[in-house]
Ligand binder design. Structure first.
Ligand code: PLP
Length: 339
């Protein structure tokens, strides 16, 4: 099978399995697991923050961040197509009691003007706007990278207006590698960042939340409240360390495979995609002759897995466990079916 459904399907590497088998562990609820602490310190250092926290999933990382940053009844500005808004079952409302204030960013990336307009006036009967969440790269907008100037302007504006900023950086290393900008620079000026170890970086489980020491102290308690206090979890953190040490720079390969895939798909008459919009490892294209779901079904029958994300849109994601040849094979199967 050529599995292009997501980069979450990556299997742990032999080096990860070895590190897991040999991991030094302790009880992390007492904050005594040395491997977890090493991972948390390393993640914080790479992102240029004071402290880090290992969480079971990206969704929990986002939920913890929002619940620490926002109080019940407060508003959170975010892009309408972002993951927190659409694929986290309302955790923002469930755990923080917060109100989402979605804006329609350009390719998923809100402009300073849009954010400014979404901030509520300081009138007592209006919700208080306290948090801005930004996604980088943007999953459902085809893995786009937040334009750097716009990101900085939006973060500066938020700070000026007293808003906290959380980055859903599930794939922040894809953004960093593709743009040649260090991850710490992509996190600059923000209050917290979540990133996933279990996607393109290939770890079996886990995400990181990083931010200031006071924020992380509260996040530790919030994670426990959500049932995320884990014990000898150094066994998983060990794989996370290998992911950070060995799997970041190779993301460039996934990006060139995605670009190649998009170029081949663009040549197919029944498919619409602009390869110049493919900046990282996610390829989203439109089908014009057959329904997206039927293309996905027929590809599955010939060993290519991908996802229909709307009636006429398909998503393919490149990762460590698909080769250049497999990507070419997927494109030629798509040509046979969709053209
Ligand atoms: C995958 C993803 C998450 C959530 O991660 P899980 O570990 O699957 O809970 C959050 N945000 C974005 C943008 C993602 O792609």
């Amino acid at each position: 099978m050529i599995d292009l459904r997501s980069d979450t399907v990556t299997r742990p590497t032999p080096a990860m399995r070895k590190a897991m088998a040999e991991a030094e562990v302790g009880d992390d609820v007492y904050r005594e697991d040395p491997t977890v602490r090493r991972l948390e310190e390393k993640a914080a250092e790479i992102l240029g923050k004071e402290a880090g926290l290992f969480v079971p999933t990206g969704s929990m990382g986002n939920a913890v961040a929002v619940a620490v940053h926002a109080r019940p009844g407060e508003e959170v500005i975010l892009d309408a197509d972002c993951h927190i808004m659409n694929y986290e079952m309302g955790t923002l409302a469930v755990f923080a009691g917060a109100m989402p204030h979605p804006v329609h960013g350009d390719r998923g990336f809100p402009t300073p003007e849009q954010v400014e307009a979404a901030i509520r006036p300081p009138i007592y009967y209006c919700c208080r706007t306290t948090l801005l969440c930004l996604e980088n790269t943007h999953n459902m907008q085809g893995g786009g990278i937040y334009p750097r100037d716009r990101f900085q302007s939006v973060v500066n504006l938020a700070r000026r207006r007293g808003l906290k900023v959380h980055v859903d950086g599930a794939r922040i290393f894809n953004a960093s590698i593709a743009s040649g900008v260090p991850a710490a620079s992509l996190a600059e000026g923000t209050d917290s960042v979540m990133f996933c170890l279990s996607k393109g970086l290939g770890a079996p489980v886990g995400s990181m939340l990083v931010g200031g020491s006071a924020f992380i102290e509260e996040a530790v308690a919030m994670r426990k409240r959500m049932g995320g206090g884990m014990r000898q979890v150094g066994i998983l953190a060990a794989a996370g360390l290998v992911a950070l040490e060995t799997m970041v720079t190779r993301l460039a390969e996934d990006h060139s495979n995605a670009r190649l895939l998009s170029e081949r798909l663009a040549e197919i008459p029944g498919i619409e995609i602009d390869p110049s919009t493919v900046e990282t490892n996610i390829v989203i294209f439109r089908t014009t002759k057959i329904a997206a779901a039927s293309l996905v079904d027929r590809l599955k029958a010939v060993g290519v897995l991908c996802l229909a994300i709307s009636a006429d849109q398909v998503r393919m994601v490149t990762h460590h466990d698909v080769s250049r040849d497999q990507v070419l094979k997927a494109a030629s199967e798509a040509r046979r079916i969709a053209a």
